[in-house]
Design a protein around this ligand. Sequence first.
Ligand code: ADP
Ligand code: MG
Length: 241
Amino acid sequence: MSLILKNLQISVDKKKIIDGLSLTVKPGEIHAIMGPNGSGKSTLANAIFGHPKYTITKGKILADKKDITDKSPDKKAKAGLFLSMQNSPEINGVTVAHFLRVAVAAATGENKNPFAFHEELKAVMKRLSMDPSFAMRYLNTGFSGGEKKRAEILQLLLLKPTYAILDETDSGLDVDALKIVADGINAFHTDKTGLVLITHYNRLLQYVVPDFVHIMVKGKIVKSGGKELALEIERNGYSKY
Ligand code: ADP
Ligand code: MG
């Protein structure tokens, strides 16, 4: 059991951004990918999620031995991978509650009783200190930065994927919101879930403690280590890489 990125090469508009990136994430592990602006972190996340602009030109993505490299986002979700709501468009007329119910049904293949679903939705929203009215807002329409991040964690806690890749979930959050989001991520994480946190700063990693930290520069992992590596980056920056 593991999520395996095997020698990935990724291009955007025919420009090679990621070249030869490999990473194995086992259930129970938290990996952090850190790197300077433009090093290709979001490109990696977007390509894994199957964003049409990002092409995997070489390598493989395996989720529990299943090759999902070229699978559609819903097949990837079924294989246990988390697709964040950040990548979904604003949809006027579709409420957060409706979207989440459809997403959960698509990922799990089962249609939950609507009452049970709304009870769970209410409980998770409470845990994330979200106002119940948020469930009736239209998807991503006029969401503030903080609301988007919380909505992403809400989705994570309802979908209960095996593997989640969170890109800059901490950016733009004030301290209180950061703690709530971190608490949500920690609630998601068990010995059965693998987590990849893509982040610029050590800030989130103070609350969600990684087992492994990888430094990414120019589309490659140039160094891997433990959580102390994140502290070193905070002190000294990326210049030596
Ligand atoms: P990071 O997330 O590490 O800051 P990105 O993955 O966003 O880095 O960007 C890596 C490189 O890929 C940059 O040079 C960026 O301009 C380019 N890139 C990423 N996405 C696109 C896109 N949609 N169109 C054109 N270039 C892109
Ligand atoms: Mg980015």
